[in-house]
Design a protein around this ligand. Structure first.
Ligand code: NAD
Length: 290
């Protein structure tokens, strides 16, 4: 069965909108998210635009702060500090990746952890891994919400996550293997050094592919009835499109779909959920997380 991330997102955004009306009343202003974008990476431009658009739709004041690709890190650190000290800014998001000449970790750590709505500061990663998350990174948060909304119980399930990034694979490993309300799975974290990937995927009740390698999961690698969450976003040439390309996931959708019990499409699966759960994190920041 196809998991319609757009439809699930719509429902959650409606809930968030009504929550936001109350938060705005309490605060006497709209909750606010500041997004810092350095340079003009085309994919980042698209994501930032979508985030600001969703902010406007749900009732969050979304602000985009742009910097030239050659900006000095001292200027960025100062800007982040300014936002940290601005009581009318609830969330700060540094759009990743930052240009190679900058120290991504240093910039992330400059963000006040109470405004770190991406959940990427060491403090927030620590909270997540200790089983008491403050801000859950939006993509894993969205995936966990998908399981809740489609009514899949994770307890005791065998899960294979492919990809070990700080924004997807690692936090998801922590959430799914943790003691949370819908977790307690047995999780294997695979990556580019994993030998014989299908040895693991063939055992899995749930496979999460988050690699950025198109079609690395094909039909022969999954068992009948597996649940497939495709996080990957890959551009492939498509002359029939005006843009000249189309987006596909990490999963060979056509063949995997024949065996899967549930599957997320690309686009329209995990992507919309990511932006939605970012909005949820901004709500939580505006409510005043501890
Ligand atoms: P990343 O580049 O930081 O990490 C990729 C991971 O995949 C690495 O751990 C690497 O070891 C592993 N990997 C790569 N090729 C592999 C292979 N052939 N076999 C096994 N493991 C392999 O990536 P990321 O930031 O986590 O993003 C992964 C993908 O998910 C990208 O396509 C990205 O665009 C997409 N993404 C989508 C969303 C969304 O909202 N849908 C959000 C974040 C990332």
């Amino acid at each position: 069965m196809l998991i319609d991330g757009k439809e699930i997102s719509k429902k959650i955004l409606k809930e968030i909108s009504s929550d936001l009306r109350q938060i705005s009343k309490n605060l006497g202003r709209q909750p606010a998210l500041s997004i810092i974008l350095i340079g003009n990476n085309p994919a980042s431009e698209t994501y930032v635009k979508a985030k600001i658009k969703t902010c406007n739709e749900v009732g969050i004041k979304g602000e985009l702060i742009r910097f030239d690709v050659n900006v000095d890190s001292k200027i960025l650190m100062k800007e982040i500090d300014k936002l940290n000290n601005n009581s009318e800014v609830d969330g700060i998001l540094l759009q990743l990746p930052v240009p190679k000449n900058l120290d991504e970790r240093e910039l992330i750590e400059q963000i006040n952890p109470l405004k770190d709505v991406d959940g990427l500061t060491a403090e927030n990663i620590g909270f997540l891994n200790s089983g008491a998350p403050r801000f859950i990174p939006a993509t894993p948060y969205g995936i966990m919400e998908i399981f809740n909304r489609i009514g899949v119980t994770l307890s005791g399930k065998k899960v294979v996550i492919i990809g070990r990034s700080n924004i997807v694979g690692r936090p998801l490993f922590s959430l799914m293997s943790g003691r949370g309300e819908n977790s307690n799975s047995t999780v294997t974290l695979c990556h580019s050094y994993t030998e014989n990937l299908s040895e693991f995927t063939l055992q899995a009740d749930i496979i999460i592919a988050a690699t950025g390698s198109a079609n690395i999961v094909d039909g022969s690698m999954i068992k009948e009835g597996a649940i497939i969450i495709d996080v990957g976003i890959n551009r492939v040439d498509d002359k029939s499109r005006k843009s000249g390309y189309r987006l596909i996931g990490d999963v060979d959708f056509k063949n995997v779909n024949k065996k899967a019990s549930y599957i997320t499409p690309v686009p329209g699966g995990v992507g919309p959920m990511t932006i939605t759960m970012l909005m949820k994190n901004v709500c939580n920041a505006a409510k005043g997380v501890k």
